[in-house]
Design a protein around this ligand. Sequence first.
Ligand code: ATP
Length: 456
Amino acid sequence: MDGGTMEQLISLCKRRGFVYQGSEIYGGLAGTWDYGPLGVALKKNIENLWWKTFVTDREDMYGIDAAILMNPRAWAASGHADGFADPLIEDVKTRKRYRADHLLEEAGIDPKGMSATEMDKAIQGSKLKSPEGNALGEVRQFNMMFKTQVGATEDAASVTYLRPETAGGMFVNYKNVVDSFHPKLPFGMAQIGKAFRNEIAPRDFIFRVRELEQMEIEYFIRPDDWERAFEEWRVAMHAFAKNLGLSGERLHELEVAPEDRAHYSKRTIDFEFDFPFGKKELWGLAYRTDFDLSAHAKESGMDLFFFDEETKERFIPHVIEPSFGVGRTLLAVLSESYREDEMNGEKRVFLKLPSHLAPVRIAVFPLLKNRPELVAKAREVFLLLKKEFGNVLFDDNGNIGKRYRRQDEIGTPYCVTIDFDTLGEKPEHKDTVTVRDRDTGEQKRAPIAELTKYII
Ligand code: ATP
């Protein structure tokens, strides 16, 4: 079976140390998840691939790492202080809160394009009840930004927010980057970092969380160049999906209707993915016009015009924004790679991860644990490969079959075993090892000196 159910993915993530419930020993904290050793390795591989693809491999990109806490005026300017809200509805009896649009969707009513008042009418009109079967209150807009207090004084002036998207940090640094690097248009800024959203109903594991991580790009362009740049990024996002191993069939584009777009967007495409719980947004691509830079110029009083040396024109650049959620990407990669099959008459679970994403690239085993000469040789091979590849693991626990299964389950593409032939029991095999392929279970003998050729 391919893809796996949510239960299977969640269980594998916990069992094998990918993702744990946040603050689990205290019963958890809704909407938070912690990445374990393998989860963080997979996450970093995804982030590094993104950074390499969109920053270091290009000449027109500038990476930054801005503070999560920002002057609250930035959020007033961007429209988030007033407008970053989701429709909330309450079960009048239990006081449990729900997303009104989600309840409508589940009842088969399409909430797309509806205002809060229209959702309210639709809910009252169809006499919709809460999932507990109770009456529902009125729909109201709920601002999702987390408020916090900066410094020791608790007055209104010290209130700010944890950023709900990383984009803001790039817009407020646009002038700094232009002044330091004098880029020509088009150029982009990129950032990977945490963002926080007080989601009304976090759900679906790491899909909808309250503390999330984003990889975002603000690509600054001449206003008349937006259609070309939008198309270029649409294609680049598909190429990145392919590099992550996400298959074409499970990835879809949704042209977001004008009434459903964020307040700053003139065109948005949602990249949707067939998650085990349905087709949902994975990434977004938006044409943000000059909305943000113009708003920040007005609020801050700073000159955020761009002077084009060639045409001698001064204007506020427009922006194309490709936005990627790290957690959703990781969940899509896990779901895409989850496999169940039968090997040697036994059921097995394995992750068919691309080898450049696998948390462990190679596992090295001595055939037997209690033979010091095998262990010593295996340690030697392990250190050699570790120096070359980094994410190499040594394992001498349990029998060899169990070790293979453990590595299959975490997606390790290659297992290297040191046996008696390696030590010269069969002279023609001296200093060779077996290399086992995760997907086929096939084993080949290879000379230690040539191992790096067998491993991709
Ligand atoms: P949704 O409609 O699913 O709430 P959104 O349209 O609000 O998402 P954006 O504001 O476009 O999302 O955020 C950009 C990206 O950040 C999304 O495509 C997604 O990958 C990620 N993201 C947004 N909200 C969350 C969340 N609560 N948990 C995990 N990832 C998120």
